[in-house]
Design a protein around this ligand. Structure first.
Ligand SMILES: [Zn+2]
Length: 371
């Protein structure tokens, strides 16, 4: 039996990656080459139920991915999937598929527990992996069928869960800007500032699963209040909300900007609108991005001195501000401050964009399925 896709060889492995967010659950069928197919997006529905309802939605997203796999004609042999069903009699017609999950918050990867998540208020020490696997077992109870490919059954098993930024970091390591590197750090600049650390090709979790909080590197000892309660964290300068607040304060204090009219018109400022104003020549907007870059460069200096990584990968919506507005000032500040050898760390934009979460989660499954 051969795989019909011309891009694949028999050595291609497959798993399912799930990116759990506060709003959406994104899932896809991912090859070991990092290609995503059979995508599904479902609303998380966190308002309508607790963790078991979200677990059921995740299981439903996985089921829909597998329906898409069957209908798109991707043809997979058992060699490309797992075959280590335990306890059951071997059945060549049932193929185990490893699933990986990236979830926001403080995740205890070893035990599959969400300790706390700002996106899911009230969740404390939720055994989400067990909940999802219980839902998957309900939906995918193996049935005896005729031994033909058309009746092939897929049995998905959630093999691993990690913090979503760790999953994205893993995605960039295997299939993005981190290909070819063994030690790297990743920063995601979104609503908050997330971080991931890879040492010797493995995501570093620390002694209690909290390593990699790079967004809470202090860049101003008596600076702005951060969401974590501390003063002067990078997130308090480079998070989306904070970038908007900083420019608003300057406008309120009398600085002129073409964004003044935007505010008067009742249109909410966003980093994207600020970047557009900067690109159109607005001095204040340009300054805000340069200052943001400067703070990122300060944080990266400490990070490089502590970890000496080969590369720092910067992703998330704010990284879209690009080379001229943001990355130039990051590199200038970093090279001014870092000692010569750690200063060799490259600073690059992430490659995978919104797909990093799904690809990374699938890699998490593969790492835990094919050691
Ligand atoms: Zn903080």
């Amino acid at each position: 039996m051969r795989i019909t896709s011309t891009n694949n060889t028999d050595k291609t492995r497959y798993s399912i990656g799930v990116d759990l967010g506060g709003t959406d659950i994104k899932a896809g069928f991912v090859s070991s080459a990092g290609d995503i197919s059979c995508r599904v997006v479902l609303p998380t529905d966190v308002e309508t139920g607790g963790p078991k309802v979200v677990a059921a939605r995740i299981a439903e997203a996985i089921r829909q991915v597998l329906v898409n796999v069957k209908t798109t004609g991707i043809h997979i042999t058992s060699k490309n999937l797992e075959n280590r069903r335990s306890g059951n009699a071997p059945d060549d017609n049932v193929h185990d598929i490893g699933v990986g999950l990236g979830a926001p918050g403080l995740i205890i990867a070893e035990t599959g527990v969400v300790h706390f998540s700002p996106n899911f208020p009230g969740w404390t020490d939720i055994p989400l992996v067990d909940y999802v696997n219980a839902e998957l077992a309900k939906r995918h109870a193996p049935k005896r069928t005729a031994p033909t490919d058309t009746h092939k059954q897929y049995k998905p098993i959630l093999r691993a869960m990690d913090n979503d930024v760790n999953a994205m970091t893993l995605g960039e390591l295997h299939h993005g800007a981190g290909v070819g590197y063994k030690s790297l750090v990743a920063l995601t600049l979104g609503t908050g500032v997330g971080g991931g650390v890879v040492i010797n090709g493995k995501v570093y979790h620390g002694s209690q699963n909290t390593a990699g909080e790079l967004g809470h590197t202090i860049v101003e000892p008596n600076g702005r209040v951060c969401g974590c309660g501390n003063l002067g964290c990078l997130e308090a300068y480079a998070g989306a909300k904070n970038i908007v607040q900083r420019i608003q304060e300057k406008i309120e204090n009398g600085r002129s900007s073409r964004l003044t009219d935007t505010i008067k018109d009742g249109v909410a400022l966003t980093p994207r609108r600020i970047a557009a104003a900067a690109a159109a020549g607005d001095t204040l907007a340009t300054e805000i991005f340069a200052e943001t870059g400067r703070y990122i460069g300060i944080a990266l200096t400490s990070i490089a001195h502590i970890l000496n990584p080969q590369i720092a990968i910067i992703g998330g919506g704010i990284a879209e501000a690009g080379e001229k507005l943001l990355f130039k000032s990051i590199r200038t500040e970093f090279s001014k401050r870092a000692m010569d050898i750690p200063a060799r760390m490259k600073i690059v934009k992430a490659h995978l964009g919104n797909d990093a979460g799904i690809v990374g989660a699938a890699m998490l499954a593969m790492e835990n399925t094919y050691p």
